[in-house]
Ligand binder design. Structure first.
Ligand code: AMP
Length: 366
């Protein structure tokens, strides 16, 4: 797109650093380094939430816009803050209680009941810092997590599926959403995204309406992903006393990510504008691109586990011409670490999934 990119990260030769015009390697709280970085750019964005507020404060003090704003970053960095902001605005979140210190656990468990999930309020993702509580016998383990760090206790949701919506808002307030997608997780880590999600159009509209409300509430400029739990349709249950007829009533927001998201990676091949181009368009003040889906697509993550027996068998992919390989250039494959992904486009999501699963299995050396 003709832009030049500078990146700041504490890690040398980071995935972005490998393709950036200039890589700054410094801690996010190194004031001089942040000033140096900020003075060389026209706009700042981030691709990971846990960037300290100092970076945005310095950028804003030098008149360099941060998009999305530091307020959104601040909200999304902390689960408690995020849930409070969303629920105060009338957006549906999973029932929760604040656990500011370990002794709050007992009241929280009494109110939420079992099963419940305890999550640390900050620095948790992909199931890290989480504990599923099924009975009082686990309260000791829960206390250890909650000791010394604020947590949130959430009701365990018996969802019928997990869905997400990636959308963008421009500096002119225009809003564009990609199709709603279905996400399947393994060990709390995203494994597969199916685009589009196999759900009725009324639900797609409900998810978009909630998203638009959230984007306007937070005054988002940039790409943001909303992860939803889709609740079972109680109309299908014979003993349901009240039918749910508002499509958005079937959604709970699990969390938001104010950046391009793993569940939007399929857009590189599957949509008219990829979520990454959309992010650049939004933060650089261009018009948003079309979010039209070009063909059914499936994304499969490649975790570090695939490297257990050595380098995966990359030439096996020659047998799967519809499969696109993306590797992020991370130096060290660790179990559970997202190293790359495959995207498969096809005539149907079912066909693409079958091909993708076969291709991923062929990569494994056993
Ligand atoms: P999170 O880090 O909060 O996105 O959680 C990771 C995954 O754990 C989610 O995508 C769900 O599969 C599962 N999970 C998290 N919270 C809940 C919940 N309250 N009820 C049921 N499953 C959950």
């Amino acid at each position: 797109m003709g832009y030049r990119l500078h990146t700041l990260s504490p890690e040398r030769n980071s995935p972005t650093g490998q393709i950036a015009d200039r890589e700054f390697v410094a801690s996010y709280d190194d004031r001089d380094a942040v000033l140096d970085f900020v003075d060389g750019v026209d706009v700042v964005t981030f691709e990971f939430e846990n960037v300290p507020a100092l970076v945005s404060e310095i950028a804003e003090s030098r008149g360099v816009p941060v998009r999305p704003s530091s307020r959104i970053l601040h909200t999304a960095q902390d689960r408690l803050r995020e849930k409070a902001v969303l629920s105060q605005a009338g957006l549906p979140v999973t029932p929760y209680r604040m656990v500011e210190e370990a002794s709050d656990l007992y009241d929280a468990v009494d109110e939420i009941g079992f099963p419940a999930i305890l999550k640390t309020s900050v620095f948790g993702y992909d199931g890290k810092g989480q504990l599923l509580l099924e009975s009082k016998s686990q309260l000791g383990a829960a206390r250890q997590i909650a000791d010394g760090q604020p947590c949130v206790l959430e009701a365990f949701v018996e969802f019928s599926s997990e869905l997400s919506l990636v959308a963008a808002r421009g500096t002119d307030g225009s809003f564009a959403a990609y199709p709603l997608v279905e996400n399947r997780h393994e060990n709390h880590i995203l494994d597969i995204t199916i685009a589009p999600a196999p759900v009725e159009s009324v639900l797609v509209q409900g998810a978009r309406d909630l998203a638009q409300k959230l984007f306007e509430l937070l005054d988002v400029v940039g790409v943001l992903c909303i992860e939803y739990f889709l609740l079972p349709d109680i109309q299908e249950s014979p003993d349901a006393p009240n039918s749910v007829d508002i499509s958005s009533d079937r959604f709970l927001i699990n969390e938001i990510a104010p950046r391009p998201h793993n569940s939007g990676h399929w857009t590189i091949e599957g949509a008219a504008t990829s979520q990454f181009e959309q992010q650049l368009r939004a933060v650089c003040g261009l018009k948003l691109g079309s979010t039209e889906q070009l063909c059914p697509a499936v994304m499969l993550n490649l975790l570090g586990d695939l490297w257990d027996e050595g380098e995966p068998n990359w030439p096996a992919l020659y047998n799967y011409p519809a499969v696109n390989l993306h590797l992020y250039g991370k130096q060290e494959p660790r179990r559970g670490r997202k190293m790359g992904h495959l995207t498969v486009t096809g005539s149907s999501t079912e066909a693409a999934l079958e091909t993708g699963l076969a291709a991923r299995a062929a990569l494994r050396r056993s």
